[in-house]
Design a protein around this ligand. Structure first.
Ligand SMILES: Cc1ncc(C[n+]2csc(CCOP(=O)(O)OP(=O)(O)O)c2C)c(N)n1
Ligand SMILES: [Mg+2]
Length: 189
């Protein structure tokens, strides 16, 4: 989900961050869940778009059913497909992602529409046992398509998506082999 990937790129120093935001849409949550299940020693944080989350709602049920205790899923709710021109998503204005997540079986869910509450609660959200579902309501913005390539300032957006995918796979595989256990954060669509 684009509106988070660009700001995240400015902060990221980690090879374990992965931006899947410039190809087929809708699979960030599935990918993150797969990594969480494959690497239970690692906490996996997925930042998903609301339009993208709607494409794979079944993943919510799978996340609970699979018992992924190390999985934290954020959905950033701007009510639009921002990157393609802010077209309204289905259910814009009344869609209740937390109700959907609870219906899927998530026991730990959070909803934020005030940055102060978000800041105060973030430590709690990120600690303890998952799976955790977070819906964060934000204002509409005007993020354009994601830029990648050697000229981009942010280090984790310099590689192509294919190179990034190979890189994170390698890091995760090596990490699993050595039991090296930093967190993995995924921002995507
Ligand atoms: C299968 C597929 N359908 C459509 C697109 C075009 N597309 C890319 S991003 C996007 C909207 C993403 O919306 P959302 O997840 O809400 O993220 P936001 O841009 O609002 O941050 C669309 C329609 C695509 N890349 N792949
Ligand atoms: Mg959106």
């Amino acid at each position: 989900m684009y509106l988070v990937v660009d700001p995240w790129a400015k902060f990221s120093q980690s090879e374990l961050d992965f931006a899947s935001a410039d190809s087929a849409m809708g699979h960030a949550a599935d990918l993150a869940l797969g990594i969480a299940l494959a690497q239970p020693q690692r906490k996996v944080i997925c930042l998903n778009g609301d339009g993208s989350m709607l494409m794979t709602l079944g993943s919510l049920v799978t996340a609970v059913e699979s018992g992924a205790r190390n999985f934290i899923l954020f959905v950033v709710q701007n009510d639009t497909y921002e990157v393609t021109g802010n077209q309204s998503i289905p259910g814009a204005g009344h869609l209740d992602f937390v109700a959907i997540a609870r219906g899927a079986g998530f026991k730990r869910t959070y909803f934020f529409d005030d940055p102060k509450d978000y800041k105060a609660c973030l430590k709690e959200v990120l600690s303890g046992q998952g799976p955790v579902f977070v819906a964060a309501r934000v204002q509409k913005g005007t993020e354009g398509p994601l830029s990648r390539g050697p000229k981009v300032k942010e280090s984790y957006l310099k590689p192509s998506l294919a190179e990034s995918a190979h890189k994170i796979r390698k890091v995760l595989t090596e990490a699993a082999a050595t039991k090296y256990g930093a967190n993995s954060n995924l921002a995507g669509q």
